[in-house]
Design a protein around this ligand. Structure first.
Ligand code: NDP
Ligand code: 2IT
Length: 449
């Protein structure tokens, strides 16, 4: 295993996020490799860590003043052993090959856990939608799709949203795809309801994450009722995580964005949450504006000179990191433990550093890795694809019912795999083992392709 990791690191030395994601999976699946020595000769690890295809392209677009800009964009088609490539698009200035390869790699195992027929992919651009007009975003999306359209399709690769890509962007991307291909197909998920979207898709990642947390708590005869929860981010995943926690009787006390975070000791109720939804989804404002309306809350500006994030340093029972990768480091993890947090449920992808995860595992708290706990989003994307194929729409309660069943099954699958390999209760190992086993089996069934 160390050989493979060194090979990957030497081949692409700068890709630290990708190395981090690969290292975690390779460590977890070592017992599977030990039981299956033939995987060595089949070069299973070399194959699963190398994208099937990487597309990298230029996106020229014009701003409202007539100035031309050029962004860089990618689509990583990581693995298609169990279905068409599937995974989101991220528009954020930090986007690079390493980040998208880590996300695509994680997506492969996550999608396998959903039990739906979806391979893994991810894409995006270093374009920053913040502060851009709707017209600028539209022109960017159209230029982006003018290249991407030839590489995707409803049975080839089905992108969706991620950071910086929501209903507005999916609309513009879909419109351009339809025009270029002259087809109305389910080529993207996260579409709006009137033209092929699925009910519950906007809610799915957050709801699914809380369903997963409730399953973990149920093992210990606990519920979310009365539990104080820290939520980071204030975008799609954070909003619907908070909504479901509130519905199940928990108390949400934080939200954040890249500028800072708010702490509302009284709890963010549904009225306050509606304010945040309007603030973020319609006004596209900053979370600091929360305290203009609710003066009982405290706003703390992000401070990059600190080696910890004060959001994770409040008394609480549960934490739902739902912003971005590596947002919980070793110090944050120690602070969470000190403050009584005994459940970490990852809504974001890879929000905890390896050092932080080691603390969670050492303390034997309930720790759900993103590829299991945030799989509800892509799972309902899979249900959107199914509805598009049938040309019908399921009612919200039907989609929600299926989402709950999928999250419950993922939870059980992680537990079963962890028990089978002697690491009972380690959801991270269980998720990695179960996802890996499914994908590798499919790859070997299909021969050397
Ligand atoms: P959104 O764009 O809706 O929201 C992202 C939130 O995280 C914003 O509050 C944003 O603040 C904050 N954020 C983003 N980058 C950073 C950063 N570098 N530092 C601090 N804060 C940051 O995205 P989503 O809610 O969709 O995604 C959140 C996470 O969930 C990501 O890790 C994503 O990969 C993951 N995920 C998303 C799924 C989905 O269906 N959307 C499915 C599964 C996982 P600001 O506005 O200031 O940038
Ligand atoms: O990380 C993720 O799972 C997503 N951004 C959702 C992907 C999807 O295809 O719905």
């Amino acid at each position: 295993m160390t050989d493979i990791l060194n090979l990957i690191k030497n081949r692409d030395p700068g890709e630290k996020e990708f190395h981090q994601a690969v290292e975690e999976v390779l460590e977890s699946v070592q017992p599977v490799l030990d039981r299956n020595p033939q995987y060595r000769q089949d070069a299973v690890l070399e194959r699963i860590t190398e994208p099937e295809r990487v597309i990298m392209f230029r996106v020229p677009w014009m701003d409202d003043q007539g100035q031309v800009h050029v962004n860089r964009a990618f689509r990583i088609q990581m693995n298609s052993a169990i279905g068409p490539y599937k995974g989101g698009l991220r528009f954020h200035p930090s986007v690079n090959l390493s980040i998208l390869k880590f996300l695509a790699f994680e997506q492969v195992f996550k999608n396998a856990l959903t039990t739906l027929s979806m391979g893994g992919g991810k894409g995006g651009s270093d374009f920053d939608p913040k502060g851009k007009s709707d017209n600028e975003v539209m022109r960017f999306c159209q230029s982006f799709m003018a290249e991407l359209f030839r590489h995707i399709g409803p049975d080839t690769d089905v992108p969706a949203g991620d950071i910086g890509v929501g209903a507005r962007e999916i609309g513009y991307l879909f419109g351009m795809y339809k025009k270029l291909s002259n087809e109305f197909t389910g080529v993207l998920t996260g579409k709006s309801l009137g033209w092929g979207g699925s009910l519950i898709r906007p809610e799915a990642t957050g709801y699914g994450s809380v369903y997963f947390a409730a399953e973990m708590l149920a093992i210990q005869n606990q519920t979310l009722e009365g539990k104080t929860c820290l939520v980071s981010g204030s975008g799609n995943v954070a909003q619907y995580t908070a909504e479901k926690i509130i519905e199940l009787g928990g108390k949400v006390v934080t939200f954040s964005d890249s500028s800072g975070y708010i702490y509302d000791e009284e709890g963010i109720d549904t009225d306050k949450l509606d304010f945040v939804k309007r603030l973020k989804n319609i006004k596209r404002g900053r979370i600091s504006e929360y305290i203009d309306k609710y003066s009982e809350a405290v706003y703390t500006e992000a401070d990059t000179s600190l080696d910890y994030n004060p959001l994770w340093n409040h008394k609480a029972d549960c934490a739902f990191p739902s912003a971005t990768e590596n947002e919980i480091n070793e110090t944050d993890a120690a602070n969470l433990m000190k403050n009584g947090v005994h459940l970490i449920c990852e809504g974001a992808n890879m929000p905890s550093t390896p050092e932080a995860i080691n603390i969670f595992l050492d303390k034997k708290i309930l720790y759900a890795p993103g590829k299991a706990s945030n799989a509800g989003g892509v799972a309902v994307s899979g249900l959107e694809m199914a509805q598009n194929s049938m040309r019908l729409n399921w009612p919200a309660d039907e989609v929600d019912r299926r989402l709950k069943i999928i999250m419950k099954n993922i939870h059980q699958t992680c537990l079963n795999a962890s028990a089978e390999y002697g690491v009972s209760g380690n959801y991270m190992a269980g998720a990695n083992i179960a996802g890996f086993t499914k994908v590798v089996t499919a790859m070997l069934d299909q021969g050397l392709v």
